[in-house]
Design a binder for this molecule. Structure first.
Ligand SMILES: [Fe+2]
Length: 319
């Protein structure tokens, strides 16, 4: 039997892109000693997105994995569904375990292609999970139970927001210093209005927390651009700028943040894959999915700590 969950069993295979690595020799279905957990945290800090393959985790084991790295956090989107009257277990976005989100196009008989809500088949725009809450989750765990065959879509892409910040021209770094962005909570990541939300008409209709445009990662101490999400105006905006200036600056920042050179795509999903990504220094997106093929993934969020503003830590400016 292959040894797992010891320091000597761990093998790291970087993607060769701006972020991401496959990690072998770890099985979260078995006990994970503290030294192995600490080593995974170190590797995570270095590579930002980790891929573990060949796992078979039930929901309790997935939640226990979140607990290893800081605790579990329920998705805010669940609240919107609950407010709209959906009962736990009635809708796969409102699973009976609060911190589990089920992403599925399969009906109760295992047949793919159920008439899904529009957002299930659309691609998902670049975003950082739950950036529209006051204390966003540290990371996310996405575990594949059933995935489409090749060409079934659903590739998950990531980009490195440390590099996005580092690569900004000095004049843009200076222009955003001290500035904050309100993260629009009206729409989901397919840009579709959430249950109970109305189309905003001005910035004053936008609800969501204000976060610094640049945050400090508590483990690495580095600065990362923190844009979260952005839709057609009116949407997320820079608090200290007028509407037009804010839109112009956000366009520049989004262009820098989503540059292809910062990206890695996980485009060969297999059942048993577990992706663990860091929401503090990466964004992710998903390509459209072919719903004639079954696709079932379970996600949980790793509990967050309050965002550390780069503007409160001038000593980190040089990092
Ligand atoms: Fe997401």
């Amino acid at each position: 039997m292959t040894e797992v969950n010891t320091l000597s069993a761990i093998e790291v295979i970087p993607t060769g892109c701006a972020l991401g690595a496959e990690v072998r020799g770890v099985d979260f279905a078995k006990p994970v000693p503290d030294d192995v957990r600490d080593e995974i945290v170190r590797i995570w800090g270095e590579h930002l997105v980790l891929l573990f393959r060949g796992l078979k985790l039930d929901d309790d084991q997935l939640l226990a994995t979140a607990e290893l790295f800081g605790g579990q956090q329920a998705a805010k989107s669940r609240d919107f569904f609950l407010q709209a009257g959906v009962k736990p277990g009635e809708n796969d976005r409102v699973a009976t375990r609060p911190a589990i989100t089920i992403i599925s196009n399969v009906d109760n008989f295992g047949k793919a292609g159920i008439a899904s809500e529009a957002d299930r088949s659309h691609g998902l725009k670049w975003h950082s999970d739950n950036s529209y809450v006051e204390v966003p989750p540290t990371g996310s765990l996405l575990h594949a139970h059933v995935v489409p065959a090749k060409d079934g879509g659903g590739a998950t892409s990531f980009n490195n927001q440390y590099l996005a910040y580092e690569n900004l021209p000095d004049e843009i770094k200076a222009a955003i210093e001290g500035k904050h962005c309100v993260h629009d909570d009206h729409r989901n990541t397919s840009a579709i209005l959430r249950p109970t939300k109305k189309q905003p008409k001005t910035r004053y209709d936008i609800t969501g927390p204000s976060h610094p445009l640049v945050r400090i990662h508590p483990v690495t101490g580095k600065r990362a651009l923190y844009l979260g999400r952005h839709y057609e105006w009116p949407s997320s905006y820079i608090v200290e700028l007028g509407d037009e200036e804010s839109e112009a600056m956000l366009a520049k920042l989004w262009s820098a943040a989503t540059d292809d050179s910062l990206m890695w795509s996980h485009d060969d999903w297999k059942a048993g894959d577990l992706l663990m990504w860091d929401n503090r220094c990466t964004m992710h997106a998903r390509s459209p999915v072919d719903h004639s093929q079954a696709r079932v993934l379970h996600r949980t969020l790793i509990k967050g700590n309050p965002v550390i503003s780069a503007w409160d830590k001038p000593s980190a400016a040089a990092e």
